[in-house]
Write a new protein. Structure first.
Length: 186
């Protein structure tokens, strides 16, 4: 892992407290969440910035907090009502009254390979202008768009999770810059 070059600790609007935000490089943002509420709030900040057509990949072991973060992203985008893990149906779609676009939440844990993901119609999602949040994206990497926001979550202990955001492509670089400002004020 690359050595952290700086650490910030500050309280910002919305009550998010970044306990540690090592600055790795311009494409990467990493910090420690101290509980599910904080992870969810960070997801809300991200979801508020989505305009449609984005692909957000959530990688991490069982119980890392992917669904928790996805619920925040969905709420920030404007989904009302519960967003439960779509483990059994693989993909859930949600609408928002004021938008023609849909919000898709996929869980590829049970997908054995990319051709099964093709069968799900997942590749249609990014051309539709919908927002797509994918848990276990590494199960179908060959069908993912090359540009995306990749978020890796790792369990540090019972309550703490490391979240590392990596922007892949200019659009996601801009999104990550906006998110950094919205969530951390800098
Ligand atoms: N900082 C944290 N952020 C998110 N979840 C946390 C945190 N600390 C503890 N938790 C707990 O970890 C669990 C995360 O569950 P979640 O369903 O979001 O994981 P997941 O990565 O989606 O797992 P799966 O691979 O099974 O879908 C929840 O029980 C949550 O309360
Ligand atoms: Mg999950």
């Amino acid at each position: 892992m690359q050595e952290a070059r700086g650490t910030l600790s500050r309280r910002v609007h919305g009550g998010i407290i970044a306990t540690a935000m090592p600055i790795l490089d311009e494409r990467t943002l990493e910090f420690t969440s101290r509980g599910p509420d904080q992870t969810r709030r960070l997801g809300v900040r991200l979801g508020e910035l989505l305009r449609g057509g984005e692909c957000i990949c959530l990688e991490g072991e069982l119980g890392a907090g992917k669904t928790c973060l996805a619920q925040g992203i969905a709420a920030g985008w404007g989904v009302t009502g519960p967003v439960r893990s779509p483990t059994f149906t693989l993909i859930h779609e949600f609408r928002r009254l004021d938008s023609p676009h849909k919000f898709y939440h996929a869980d590829l844990y049970r997908i054995a390979n990319s051709s099964e993901a093709w069968a799900l119609g997942l590749d249609d999602v990014w051309v539709s202008g919908g927002v797509c949040v994918i848990e276990w994206p590494e199960h179908a990497t060959s069908i993912l768009p090359p540009e995306r926001l990749w978020i890796r979550l790792a369990v540090l202990d019972e309550m703490r999770r490391m979240l590392r955001f990596t922007a892949q492509g200019d659009r996601y670089q801009a999104l990550l810059d906006d998110f950094r400002r919205a969530a951390f004020g800098g």
